[in-house]
Design a protein around this ligand. Structure first.
Ligand code: MV4
Length: 479
């Protein structure tokens, strides 16, 4: 909506009864309630949403990154209603929504893929023979799955039938589609994804990578751009592969091509996400490109004017997701009211959030409070800024993942770049959480500093840095 406003485009927010006071509702030029709190009765109601658009003479719908953003049926209904869907074609969404269809679509391009079966398993004897050739451990994956749902590791042939039964029944109950396939299991990979943009004239560019290896149960916690480990050569090869994946499905709009990377830096295409992603700000920070603005231009039918050769990575960006979850208590959602809510500010700090002090976090949706993004010249600087920003973020009334994010930022494995998707299970236990530097202590230090300024000679005209325990500077420097 901020981007739309900058472009002179008016916005209409839709909201559920739980979100009547939400920031997006207040920010938009108009807002319409589309139903009760449960998303199945509001945010997922295609017909209601399209009716609202017709009534208010809306031109286009931006689907965001949850709810209907990757729903081919919704994109098709929007198109059939004579409205513009700010995103890819329903056909692209459909192809990439099926992992097997995606593999088939990219087959004629030279995209590295994990060894496995190219189609759904129909014959178990044959599947076991293939698994033996690939070598255990293998993974059974649901074609309709995503984000780790419907995945089963098989350690040896003795476990095959049991895991296969589980994978199929999970796939049927979660996706209504029991198709599964096999891949070699890459142990402890890194998750690296490439941002792409395509227009409706066949031009496709990539905007480098994001690394999202710090995950907890397939939920991303920390994302950064660029990755700490890619070389320029591998980056270019991955970028080219991602553009080919997009080309394979006639992609337009913003999309993300997901790869896993092993410790030898071999990369393999896994799937494509056909939406703007939560972590898109880190790409915006290092490229200077407003991805939402590009999505809108593309939806209007304009050609992309950014040339691949003009794109450069400038600096380093890190994002942490601030959830209303208690990291000391198995990340249990902790909904409640934001009694205190004070955002960090300053050079290189960006907060994308939807709440203000006094608001309640609704129980109905994902309990993400904010995305906190820092940007610096180097990775080290972005991390230092992140620690500073986390320490300045003041939230009370709910437990948040901020202390967990601080733990990650201070961890040697993260700092050195030597980590993979096993980071959290390998290193994190609740006893590793450290409290934020005490606010009382900082206040006392500030008062003391002010007193010392008043009573020391010669009188300083500059600002004296308060000496809280985190500072390397000693109080006697002020005297
Ligand atoms: C894999 C894999 C290892 N080998 N595929 C999990 C989410 C889904 N997008 C793909 N996932 C994985 N696929 C093969 N052949 C390991 C994972 C995986 C993972 C991938 C990215 C980020 C975090 C992960 C955590 C556990 C497993």
């Amino acid at each position: 909506m901020r981007t739309a406003r900058e472009m002179g485009i008016k916005t209409v927010a839709i909201y559920s009864e739980a979100d009547r006071n939400a920031l997006h509702v207040r920010y938009a030029d108009e807002a319409v309630c589309v139903g009760p709190a449960p998303s199945s009765e509001s945010y997922l109601k295609t017909d209601v949403i399209i009716d609202v658009c017709k009534r208010l003479n809306v031109d286009a719908i931006h689907p965001g990154y949850g709810f209907l953003s990757e729903n081919a049926g919704f994109a098709r209904s929007v198109r059939e209603a004579g409205l513009i869907f700010i995103g890819p074609s329903p056909e692209s969404i459909e192809v990439m929504g099926s992992k097997l269809a995606a593999k088939a679509a990219v087959a004629q391009y030279n995209i590295p893929m994990v060894p496995g079966t190219p189609s759904a398993i129909t014959d178990r004897t044959e599947a076991k023979a293939i698994s033996a050739t690939i070598g255990y451990p293998i993974l059974i994956k649901a074609s309709a799955g995503g984000g780790g749902k419907g995945m089963r590791v098989v350690e040896s042939e003795g476990d095959f039938d049991e895991q296969m039964d589980r994978a199929v029944s999970e796939a049927i109950s979660a996706f209504g589609d029991g198709s599964v396939f096999i891949e070699k299991y890459v142990t402890s990979p890194r998750h690296v994804e490439i941002q792409v943009l395509g227009d409706q004239h066949g031009n496709i560019i990539h905007l480098f990578e994001r690394e999202c290896s710090v995950q907890r149960r397939h939920q991303k916690v920390v994302e950064e751009a660029p990755s700490a480990i890619l070389t320029p050569e591998i980056r270019e090869a991955m970028g080219r592969a991602a553009v080919d994946v997009a080309r394979a499905c006639g992609y337009y709009g913003a999309g993300t091509v997901e790869f896993i990377v092993n410790d030898a830096l071999d990369f393999y295409f896994l799937e494509m996400n056909t939406r703007l992603q939560v972590e898109h700000p880190v790409t915006e920070q290092i490229t200077g490109v407003d991805l939402v603005k590009q999505m809108i231009y593309i939806a209007e039918g304009k050609p992309i004017t950014i040339r691949q050769e003009d794109l450069q990575i400038k600096g380093h960006a890190v994002e942490v997701r601030v959830y209303a979850e208690d990291p000391a208590n198995n990340f249990l959602p902790d909904v409640g009211t934001l009694d205190t809510y004070i955002r960090p500010q300053g050079n290189g700090v960006r907060v994308d959030d939807g709440f203000e002090q006094g608001m309640a976090i609704p129980i109905y949706y994902d309990p993400m409070i904010a995305k906190l993004i820092t940007y610096g010249d180097t990775r080290e600087e972005a991390i230092q800024k992140m620690i500073r920003a986390i320490d300045e973020y003041q939230i009370s009334g709910v437990q948040t993942t901020l202390p967990f994010c601080r733990f990650v930022m201070k961890h040697d494995a993260f700092r050195s770049g030597q980590f993979d998707t096993g980071f959290v299970s390998k290193y994190f236990t609740p006893d590793k959480l450290t409290p934020a530097p005490d606010a009382t202590e900082s206040t006392l230090a500030a008062v003391l500093a002010a007193w010392l300024m008043e009573n020391s000679k010669p009188k300083s005209t500059g600002t004296v840095v308060a000496t809280a325990s985190r500072s390397k500077w000693k109080a006697n420097r002020l005297a």
